[in-house]
Design a protein around this ligand. Structure first.
Ligand code: RIB
Length: 301
């Protein structure tokens, strides 16, 4: 099988997670439970997911000249990612403070550090990797000008450009025309389309509005309900698996990484979404971000 190679450009964080009965309200202190520290960051999670699930993956990110940066690079190398394009910054490595409640919902604050230091010049310096990739997978935890430049370069070089627009932030309209596949959740889709999204019908309307702005296809992730594929014709709903979730952190990242692997193997979008659904169902059953991402052998289709 000829596989297209996947390039992920995005964030790298160290996640510090506390399990708690309830998420604190503003001004409130709650006594939580177990504390864990592990590898995270939407970019890194998606790159690791794509690699563990069988992709040929290069990961470009920016980390600090500190112990977190050293550990992250060593970890990515152990995972089998091509780390040749990782850049060091004078800012500290990214850190995410995460609380996870009994319903598996989380609350995340990211200290972006080096992630916020990814510049257009860094993207220009990564030109060869961008122009050689089959699929470019992006998120929004690095600055938008860098995302825009990478998407434009990859689009012009003929790659498939995939954007997971998380966390949502203002985007220039120009970006949308470079995006072949847009993977928002319901809240993000509502933000970018300006339309309410609460179910498959409203998601389909909002997806059409995004296509009018220039994006190619969409897969709207709808949490425990499933995901909606919008290719322009009749939408296809892919139901989620019924599992007992303990931590939803990195479920969306696993979905995106898995989806790109299936696409890199030439699978149609519906089959790719079924594969991604099976992978993310495993992620939510374990605590942590990368600690919970499954391997190809674990996927039961
Ligand atoms: O999507 C989950 C990720 O968001 C976490 O790993 C955390 O680092 C934040 O970037």
């Amino acid at each position: 099988m000829t596989k297209r190679n996947i390039l992920v450009i995005g964030s790298s964080n160290t996640d510090m997670t506390v399990k708690t009965r309830e998420l604190p309200r503003p001004g409130e202190t709650v006594l939580g439970g177990v504390f864990t520290m592990g590898a995270g960051g939407k970019g890194a999670n998606q790159a690791v997911a794509a690699r563990r699930l069988g992709g040929d993956v290069k990961f470009i990110c920016k980390v600090g000249r500190d112990i977190f940066g050293d550990n992250s690079i060593a970890h990515y190398e152990k995972e089998g990612l091509d780390t040749g394009g990782i850049i060091r910054s004078d800012l500290p490595s990214g850190v995410a403070l995460i609380s996870v409640d009994e319903k598996a919902e989380n609350c995340i604050v990211v200290a972006s550090g080096a992630n916020a230091d990814v510049t257009e010049a860094d993207i220009e310096a990564s030109k060869e990797a961008i122009e050689k990739c089959g699929i470019l997978l992006l998120q929004l935890e690095i600055p938008v000008p860098a995302v825009l430049k990478a998407a434009k370069m990859a689009h012009e070089a003929g790659a498939t450009v995939v954007l997971n627009p998380a966390p949502a932030c203002p985007l220039p309209d120009e970006l949308f025309k470079y995006i072949d596949l847009f993977i928002p959740n319901e809240t993000e889709l509502s933000t970018f389309s300006g339309l309410p999204v609460s179910d498959a019908e409203s998601a389909a309307k909002a997806a059409a509005a995004m296509q009018a702005k220039g994006v190619g296809k969409l897969i709207v992730t709808m949490g425990s309900k499933g995901s909606l594929i919008c290719e322009g014709g009749p939408e296809v709903f892919v139901p989620a698996r019924k599992v007992k979730a303990v931590d939803t952190t990195a479920a969306g990242d696993t979905f995106c990484g898995a989806l790109c692997v299936a696409l890199s193997e030439g699978k149609p979008l519906e089959e790719a979404a079924a594969f991604a659904t099976a992978a993310s169902a495993l992620t939510v059953q374990k605590m942590g971000a990368q600690d919970s991402i499954p391997f190809r052998k674990d996927i039961n289709l």
